[in-house]
Design a binder for this molecule. Sequence first.
Ligand code: SF4
Length: 200
Amino acid sequence: MNITLLLPAGRLPLEIMAKALEVAEKYHLGVYLSTTQNLRLLNVPEEAVDAVKAELAPLGVQFKGPGKFPLPRVCVGAPHCNLGVIDTERLSAAITARFKDKAMTKPKFKIAVSGCPLACSGVLTTDIGVMATRAGFEMYAGGKGGPYPKVGRRILRKATEEEVLEVIEKLVNFHDAHTVKKQRLYKLLDHPDFPFPEAV
Ligand code: SF4
């Protein structure tokens, strides 16, 4: 079995890294750094799952599970990248804080944040993309990767951070209201009530 440790903004605190190493050695586990910037422990014996989680949980580790609001995938941003316009870790935390009390999130939409228009975190090809520019934020909706990739619709330009948070909330609520079990956002772009036209 696998256990995925959620790592906000792709950051791996040293104490969690040390504990993950300790349990990996103890139970002979593999370690995979996932494309969603989380840390996955591989080959966990079924009978050891609870014990492994119990060793990590006291450090504040959250585990991947159904109904959790997705952590944004972020590029490293400012001040670690010279081109970064914003601190992407901070914006990721603001998004996560905004939805921390959401009881049940329907899959399968993802969120990405980039610190500049180079879009290293794939904001153009994910469900909800937030791109920082020198003129404010741009937002994209309904992008996707996979075998038939699709660039998202630009739905916002020159926006403030508060406007970005409000738009994410509107998109999440729309997705929630129009999704039975799970759905990528691109399937809702042509819904007659989709709240955002192309921003030119
Ligand atoms: S998107 Fe821009 S800020 Fe982010 S890592 Fe790429 S170049 Fe740097």
